[in-house]
Every structure is written in C-alpha cells, then in structure tokens.
Design a protein around this ligand. Structure first.
Ligand code: GAR
Length: 197
C-alpha cells in the first residue's frame, strides 16, 4: 500500500522539493503534507504550487513552550495521517514525547557524517578539525539530538580552498541525492545502512 509522507521544514525546503519530486511513478510513497514552524518559510509556497497541502504553526508565540507548540503542530499532522514523517531542514528541537509518537517512522537529514558534528555549524567544524572528508547523513529520529540509527550517508573530499559556504553548497547537492534514495528504501521497509557512491 502506498505510504503517506509528511515533511517538516523551516526554510527554503530544497530537500523537501527533492523528496516531493521523487515520489512519483512506481515510488512506494506520496507526499500528503508540508508543514513549517515558520509561516514565511519559502518551501511552503513551493509545496503549495506543487499542489501539496501545507500548514504553518509559528513557534514564536509559544515562547519556548515546546510541548504546546508541538501540540499545535500535531493537529494538521494527525489530520494528514502520515506513515512517515521527514524532517528536512526543520530547525526546532523536538521533545521526547513528540519523538515517541513518531519513533520508527521519523527521518532526519543532517549536514555531517554523523556521529561527527551533531548540532549546528557542521561545515565550519569539519574544516576546523582538518577533516579530509565531510558529507551528510539520513537517520531515524530518536530522543537524543542528531542520534538514532543511520540509514544512509554520502561523502565528499574536502578541498584545500573549501570554506563553510562552499562546503554547505556541495554537501547540499549530496543531500538532494541521498534523502530521496533513503526515503524510497525506507518506504519499502528497508532500514539497512547504505553508503551513496
Ligand atoms: C540542509 O542542509 C539540512 O541538512 C540542514 O538544513 C539545511 C536545509 O536546507 N538541516 C540541519 O542542519 C538540521 N539540523 P533546505 O531547507 O534547502 O532543505
């Protein structure tokens, strides 16, 4: 049976777009909702233009009350009844309660080769560490930040002239290939680790 996919974004949503574009033809899943914590997120408009239902729940009025924000976000999510929830540049930390609700069905993409560089500023940290390689990871979401079983990774070699900006751009290109690849496999029930070459 076709799986229903909801995607959470906070910004431009380029990963969201790649996921949506991938869910056609014989793909085992279809997008049912794109939701954001930022009503101005560029990705919301792009999703609506592609005919996908959208929802925005601004986190700011909740003033740090994460459970209350998540309860509000859960209303459109529950209505869309997704089988899989993809975090795609969703920049809010989730409570253990929210994660428990979706655990085993929630994926995240992170711009580093986890377990290295959880959190923010991943590209600058890889450069500062003098790493030879960098990349991105798709993993299942568990209560610990940027933790959880790793489903796929894609790597690149750091070049002598790389800056945080050049790395961000090159890694994003890899993310656009990795996330659709992992989602397709995950929707088919494949939770094994794959290295994208
Ligand atoms: C992506 O690079 C994604 O990996 C990162 O935000 C960017 C969103 O871009 N996510 C995180 O840092 C999560 N901790 P997009 O809105 O164009 O997909």
């Amino acid at each position: 049976m076709t799986k229903r996919v909801a995607i959470l974004i906070s910004g431009g949503g380029s990963n969201m777009l790649r996921l949506v574009e991938s869910m056609v033809g014989d793909h085992p899943a279809r997008p049912v909702l794109v939701a954001s914590n930022d009503p101005e997120a560029g990705g919301l408009k792009r999703a609506a233009e592609m005919g996908i239902a959208t929802a925005a729940v601004d986190h700011r009025p909740f003033k740090g009350d994460r459970p209350a924000f998540e309860a509000a976000l859960s209303a459109p999510l529950e209505e869309a009844a997704p089988d899989i929830l993809c975090l795609a540049g969703f920049m809010r930390v989730l409570t253990p309660g929210f994660v428990a609700r979706w655990q085993g069905r929630m994926l995240n993409i992170h711009p580093s080769l986890l377990p290295k560089y959880k959190g923010l500023n991943t590209h600058a940290r890889a450069l500062e560490a003098g790493d030879a390689e960098h990349g991105c990871t798709v993993h299942e979401v568990t209560p610990e930040l940027d933790d959880g079983p790793i489903l796929g990774q894609a790597c690149l070699a750091i070049a002598p002239g790389d800056t945080p900006e050049s790395l961000a751009s090159r890694v994003l290109t890899l993310e656009h290939r990795l996330y659709p690849d992992v989602l397709r496999r995950f929707a088919q029930g494949d939770r094994s680790f794959h290295q994208l070459s």
